[in-house]
Design a protein around this ligand. Sequence first.
Ligand code: NI
Ligand code: MN
Length: 224
Amino acid sequence: MGYIKWLGHAAFEIEIDGKILYIDPWITNPMSPVKLADISRADLVLVTHDHDDHLGEAIDVVKKTGAKFISVYELTQYAISQGVPEDKAIAMNIGGVMVVDGIEVIMVPAHHSCTRGTPCGFIVRGKECSVYHAGDTGIVHEMSIIRELYPIDIALLPIGSVFTMDPRQAAKFTEILRPKVVIPMHYNTFPVIRQDPELFKRLVKEKVPEVEVVILKPGEVYRF
Ligand code: NI
Ligand code: MN
């Protein structure tokens, strides 16, 4: 049994095959149910790009817990310059596949911008489940091929618009991905990305009724 806990915005705590993963842990976000002091254990910390609302406190979590930091090459170099030990900084790039602590990590494209390297999404696969975190992105058409190689059980998709997909595009993307479950993220953190997740749910139900839409509140957990 594993779980996905939404920490608000694009931040998630995930337990899979007994490992604790954080993705984009900006835990000082206005909706976050946790503080840095609450985090005592982590195995992997994955960061999709270097914008502050994604890099967040990732480096602090790594330093504090001894977790491994996984990101695009240029961002791992930055993390090392900020004190992450070299043997804890795992550099990848788009298309890369690595098994880290028994968890398969696939770095996939995202259409967005950043300062260091390139933005990405991640598929993380354990024995229990495969989870896709899209990062900040518009629709990524390549995922129609990638999902054939690495089927997705749970997709975490941004719906806030302005900086990412909106609910309409995210529903179309869900149709491409065909996950078992989709969880919306990256909305309602600020007024500019205000969205109604129920609209996303309705749009997914119209297009792909077999996909379960799970709307989490910050701090809420989905178990698999
Ligand atoms: Ni961004
Ligand atoms: Mn963002």
